[in-house]
Write a protein that binds this ligand. Structure first.
Ligand SMILES: [Zn+2]
Length: 475
């Protein structure tokens, strides 16, 4: 929606918002669930029974076709490849990708025009922004076929959770569907085209949670689609009030999923949690199967690589920067795009029988990792342990400005005492080591970022991969 429409929407009455949402919902449904969508689902089902060598051959073929198109039609790639003396024939498959440089967010920001294919009108492309975690979002354009492929890939990942289009579900995501200033219910809207109850993440206050649960019961929702942080708020409320709200599955995306969040959410909703990894840049998609041992990447949609500082592949099993090549976007091809996340590729075949490649279960934003002065990487999930017994902490956040200092922001509950601070700092010090000073700062609230996402760890210290032998991300 454009800005003016958003402003009208924000002050309109409930019935109007519901009508507008539903009109929009039916329009999108019509656009995204077409014959191409059905074809994708048939291809996916078939590919889940094929061998990796077959899938890899098919992926290499898609990649060759994309590279040929990029060389022919996209000024940025033509200049870059000619500058390196490369022709499309030099990239025969994913194994040849390291011949090309990594595409950084900076390049995307500064060379947007040169990345659009000359045979499309930029105005015919869809536009999306990725929430740059450091406050500078990037714009990505894509053509209509990406819209359908992206939707198909998303519903494939949901299918692995047993969740099909048409099942009633509740969404607790970052969109401002209800004006932020509203102080009376309803804080939700029903999108009948999708059988989706949209609940506002910006009104997640304790007194509103019982109302949310009532609305969910009224609509007989069977699935929850949330961020780990928003799903956790609702789950913790259920657990603390000694209740459960049984669902068939919870699908989580967009933030690092921390182990205590998964545990609490599974308990509260009496069902398994499925982590889904999708990117606003539409370059790759991955999701958990019912084994929950890592996430299966979707090779039809994108090529996944994990690389070091210089863009060279790191060995399977070691952490590296996630770099992805979107195979569907011919309007603005993103080849070896550096996503800003950290993961590792798992080599062992999955017990579920699918040969789709897997990435490690801990997928962390690079900015979510604390780096000590000795160069140790400490992932956010490791740092959650000291917080487990902290029942008097309402919310928390860890901010690292320099290698030798972290600030822990805490929103206290009424029973919080100095003893809590001592216990917490001692437990954190055990993990961070003596070279890191820990400051505690009490705050009234910890707001979500502009995209509605919540980041538990914010580190401004840069990561260096492949330089420190002690680097131990998954300790
Ligand atoms: Zn599997």
């Amino acid at each position: 929606m454009n800005h003016l429409l958003e402003r009208i929407y924000a002050v309109a009455p409930d019935w109007f918002q519901t009508a507008a949402l539903n009109a929009f919902g039916w329009k999108i449904r019509h656009e995204r669930f077409n014959a191409d969508y059905d074809r994708w689902q048939r291809v996916f089902a078939e590919n889940e029974r094929r061998s990796w060598s077959d899938l890899r051959d098919e992926q290499d073929e898609r990649l060759r076709s994309l590279v040929a198109h990029a060389f022919e039609k996209v000024p940025h790639y033509r200049e870059m490849m000619q500058g390196r003396g490369l022709a499309p024939g030099d990239i025969r498959g994913a194994a040849d990708l390291p011949k090309l440089p990594v595409l950084t967010k900076d390049i995307l920001r500064t060379r947007l025009g040169a990345l659009v294919a000359r045979d499309v009108r930029a105005s015919s492309l869809r536009k999306g922004n990725s929430s740059g975690t450091t406050g500078s979002p990037v714009t990505v354009l894509w053509d209509r076929r990406v819209e359908v492929a992206n939707n198909a890939a998303h519903w494939r990942a949901r299918r692995w959770a047993g969740f099909a289009f048409g099942d009633s579900y509740v969404s607790l995501l970052g969109r401002t569907i209800i004006p932020i200033g509203r102080t009376r219910p309803p804080y939700w809207l029903w999108n009948s085209a999708w059988r989706q109850l949209l609940i506002s993440s910006f009104h997640l206050k304790e007194e509103n949670l019982p109302l949310y649960l009532e609305a969910m019961a009224d609509r007989q929702v069977r699935f929850l689609d949330a961020y780990p942080s928003t799903g956790f708020v609702l789950a913790r409320f259920l657990v603390e009030s000694g209740r459960t709200f049984p669902l068939k599955a919870v699908v989580l995306s967009s933030e690092t999923l921390l182990p205590f969040q998964r545990e609490t959410i599974e308990r509260a909703f009496a069902c398994p949690v499925f982590d889904i990894y999708s990117l606003a840049e539409r370059v790759m998609f991955a999701g958990e199967c019912d084994r929950h041992e890592g996430l299966h990447a979707q090779p039809e949609f994108g090529v996944l690589e994990t690389v070091d500082e210089r863009g060279e592949p790191v060995p399977a099993g070691s952490p590296g920067r996630v770099v992805a090549t979107g195979l569907q976007n011919y309007g603005m091809p993103l080849i070896r795009y550096e996503v800003g996340d950290v993961s590792s590729i798992m080599q062992e075949p999955c017990a579920c029988g699918m040969a789709l490649p897997r990435m490690a279960p801990v997928t962390t934003k690079a900015e979510d990792i604390v780096v000590t002065p000795e160069g140790r990487f400490i992932s956010s999930s490791t740092l959650t342990h000291p917080f487990k017994p902290m029942v008097n902490v309402e919310k928390s956040q860890i901010v690292q400005e320099r290698p030798d200092r972290v600030t822990v922001k805490i929103v206290r509950r009424p029973a919080y005492t100095d003893a809590d601070t001592h216990t917490l700092v001692a437990a954190l010090a055990e993990r961070l080591g003596p070279s890191v000073k820990i400051d505690v700062e009490f705050v009234d609230d910890i707001p979500r970022g502009p995209s509605g996402k919540y980041r538990w760890v914010i580190s401004k210290v840069p990561l260096r991969f492949g330089v420190s032998a002690e680097a131990n991300l998954y300790e």
